[in-house]
Design a protein around this ligand. Structure first.
Ligand code: ZN
Length: 133
């Protein structure tokens, strides 16, 4: 278990939240986009890789009690909209936290977790989750 976690952590790039930034207007996109819909043609060639800040705060959250039929072993879990310190909104599962203690504004950081560690219901989008700081 821990060796798997370590292995994942050592893969460069995987551990970072890779987004892109439009150098025309400064908008950060996550997930990465090859094109800026605001700048359109002007953004061609101006999109650069951007590592999203891994720390942020809980902007909103919901506790999911109902799991899809195919996954009815799943316990209630929390999905949060996290605003990273560089202002990017990321939706991800909140883990390693007492569900009753989650609150808006709570500082969190992104960690990479094995996708199937908590069941693969399709709710876990990118392989990272947030834990309390
Ligand atoms: Zn732009």
């Amino acid at each position: 278990m821990s060796s798997v976690a370590r292995e994942w952590r050592e893969i460069p790039g995987r551990y970072n939240l890779k987004g892109t930034k439009c150098e025309c207007c400064g908008t950060i996109y996550f997930p990465a986009r090859p094109f800026c819909p605001k700048c359109r043609r002007a953004s061609i060639g101006k999109i650069v890789d951007y590592d999203i800040c891994r720390t942020g705060t809980v902007f909103s959250y919901s506790i999911i009690h109902e799991a899809p039929d195919c996954n009815n072993m799943l316990k209630p879990y929390a999905v949060a909209m996290v605003k990273t310190d560089d202002g990017v909104m990321i939706e991800a599962q909140l883990v390693d936290v007492d569900l009753e203690k989650i609150e808006i504004g709570m500082p969190v950081r992104a960690v990479l977790r094995k996708l199937d560690a908590d069941g693969a219901a399709g709710v876990i989008h990118y392989g990272y989750k947030f834990v309390p700081l």
